[in-house]
Design a protein around this ligand. Structure first.
Ligand code: ATP
Ligand code: MG
Length: 578
């Protein structure tokens, strides 16, 4: 492909709204154009990348016996009412929904459990028709609160979603295990460094869920990892052993102290330098929303630990929660924010505690009065220890739950999520089959998503340098960047044309920079920015049929014979195929 025939415009400056490198570089290289918040034009170069990712995804799914189909993006909202998810998706604001000219409610699919369950329920009668795994690659719509990072979190994006249908929990687990291997193969083939982590299965329930995280410091997700033990879990889900509480101090009577401006543990440390964080218990007020009601909940936790809001949400069986606003805090504690505590809280407020408060004695806690805290508080003596549950966030340096191995916290980008759904959708929507004894049973389901467009962004977040993107060869827009330094020079024209035709003839995708009025410096700059992994430069040595060979992102350039350069291209491509 000749570059001179493309609408190829690169930008010198990062776009103002780019917070991460992948976004900035993709826009500068002309891969992406923003149409509105979270909505992008995929330019031809970008589309080539996405199609390569899709091809790998298709091949691996087909190899595992999954069948591709395509479901409508436009869905009757009624299906969402049937599954019981409508209220939640509308309340969260994620669902794009509207009324058509006939007055029927429709929505743009953020995911397809409802549509696929509706499809399957009308076809499946007997256990003999199962198992089956269906998948599609399709545009999804989610009105994200904070669309950002370019393709990473769009409002319109491309997803591969697959759904498995089985006759039993064991069969579902087998499909799930098969899909896990499909996912590993896909991300390996895409040339990504990734970690499969245990994930929160949250309100959807089910017995298992894993996320596939591309390792990247800028990732939105935090992961607890113990390399020694091969453990990795999203911090939303991770458990650890909490460092033991400090020994109790000599017992003294509880007393209330003025702490005028001390609202945080840090402020309190300054006031009471001898009191360790482990003997300060914080109390956080949340506003919690359930399907049928709303109420404030107070949660205690040791001063050196943090509350895991996902665990809290799951424990409460709630649909959402947030830190309570000032007004609620005042109503519940009688004090300004920063002085909440377990003693003298409004009667009707539920009080819970993280496990970290167990065994802590002689502690400090909020006084439920502006500008005061209690000191030397003892559980059992001054108040009952509230119900404790694991509501804590694991921290770097924690030991694993069984006491062995130390956790570190790394970051990642979630590119895939696999899920055992159980019978949630089949029961809600009536997807049944007759088993061997002719008994009606709900179908056991799994669902499996990959953010195709997010994979592309994650690949660049993981692989770039100061000068631009560095595409992994399997998903690069082109495999070879053929840079011709002097266009119009007959010798260079002939040799570059020969290399271009030879590569295209072998089915190798090659981008030929044949622009006439662009300096060599600018061509190299663009080549670095675009990040095609294999580079052949036709220049001074063209007369001797010699070219310069290099790989994007690697040090060193070599002048080699044309045949040698072609052989290296073939070798590099053979390596990723095997
Ligand atoms: P996240 O936690 O990042 O919001 P999710 O858990 O809601 O994602 P799923 O419903 O599991 O996402 O969707 C499957 C996959 O689709 C995700 O693993 C991710 O790769 C991708 N994805 C989800 N939301 C977006 C988005 N707004 N833009 C691009 N890709 C997305
Ligand atoms: Mg997910």
């Amino acid at each position: 492909m000749r570059l001179s025939r493309q609408l190829f415009v690169t930008l010198r400056e990062d776009p103002a709204d780019a917070e991460v490198r992948s976004h900035a570089l993709m826009v500068r290289a002309g891969f992406l154009q923003k149409l509105a918040a979270g909505i992008y034009v995929y330019a031809p170069m970008m589309w080539r990348v996405l199609r390569k990712i899709e091809a790998i995804v298709r091949e691996e799914h087909d190899k595992a016996g999954c069948q591709e189909m395509l479901m409508p993006a436009l869905q009757p909202t009624e299906l969402w009412r049937e599954s019981g998810r409508l209220d939640r998706y509308v309340r969260d604001g994620i669902l794009f929904h509207f009324t058509d000219r006939r007055g029927a409610e429709v929505c743009l699919g953020p995911t397809h459990e409802e549509v696929v369950t509706n499809y399957v329920r009308s076809l499946v009668q007997s256990h003999k028709q199962l198992p089956v795994i269906l998948y599609q690659i399709q545009t999804k719509f989610r009105d994200e609160i904070r669309p950002r990072f370019g393709l990473m979190r769009g409002r319109e994006f491309i997803m591969k979603d697959a759904y498995s249908f089985d006759v039993s929990a064991e069969a579902m687990a087998a499909s799930y295990a098969r899909m896990r291997e499909v996912y590993r193969a896909i991300f390996r083939r895409c040339g990504l460094r990734f970690t499969a982590v245990e994930a929160d299965s949250g309100a959807i329930g089910g017995s298992g869920s894993e996320e596939f995280m591309v390792d990247a410091d800028t990732g939105e997700d935090a992961i607890a990892v113990c390399r020694e033990r091969g453990y990795a879990a999203n911090v939303e889900k991770a458990v650890s052993r909490i460092p033991p509480p400090p020994p109790p101090p000599t017992e003294r009577p509880m007393h209330k102290e003025p702490t005028p401006d001390a609202r945080s543990c840090e402020d309190l440390r300054a006031l009471f330098p001898d009191l360790p964080l482990e003997r300060m218990l914080k109390t956080v007020i949340y506003s919690v929303v359930w399907e049928d009601r709303e109420a404030p909940v107070a949660v205690m936790c040791r001063g050196d630990r943090e509350i895991n809001e996902v665990k809290l949400l799951n424990h409460l069986g709630a649909v959402s929660l947030d830190l309570a606003d000032e007004e609620t805090v005042r109503a519940v504690t009688g004090a300004e924010v920063g002085f909440a505590g377990p003693i003298g809280l409004r009667e009707d407020v539920r009080l819970l505690a993280d496990r970290s408060v167990e065994g802590v004695q002689g502690f400090l806690c909020g006084g439920n009065e502006t500008g005061t805290h209690y000191l030397d508080v003892w559980f059992g003596r001054d108040l009952e220890q509230p119900e404790t549950v694991d509501l804590g966030l694991v921290q770097a340096g924690d030991r694993m739950a069984d006491g062995d191995g130390v956790l570190e916290i790394t970051r990642g980008i979630e590119v895939g999520h696999i899920f055992q759904l159980g019978t949630k959708y089949s029961e809600a929507m009536g997807a049944w089959f007759d088993d061997e004894q002719q008994r009606r049973q709900p179908i056991w389901m799994g669902c499996y998503g990959i953010g195709i467009s997010r994979v592309a962004a994650a690949a660049i977040e993981q692989n770039h340098d100061r000068n631009g993107m560095i595409w992994p060869l399997p998903i690069a827009p082109y495999s070879v960047h053929l840079v011709q330094l002097k266009v119009g020079d007959p010798v260079q024209d002939a040799l570059a044309g020969e290399i271009h035709d030879a590569l295209e003839g072998e089915g190798v995708d090659v981008l030929w920079d044949d622009r006439a009025k662009v300096s060599p410096g600018a061509k190299f700059k663009d080549a670095d920015l675009v990040g095609v992994p294999l580079r052949i430069v036709v220049g001074r040595d063209a007369g001797e049929r010699r070219v310069e060979w290099s790989r994007r992102g690697e040090e060193g350039r070599e002048v080699v014979a044309v045949e040698e350069a072609l052989a290296r291209v073939r070798a590099a491509l053979a390596e990723i195929r095997s």
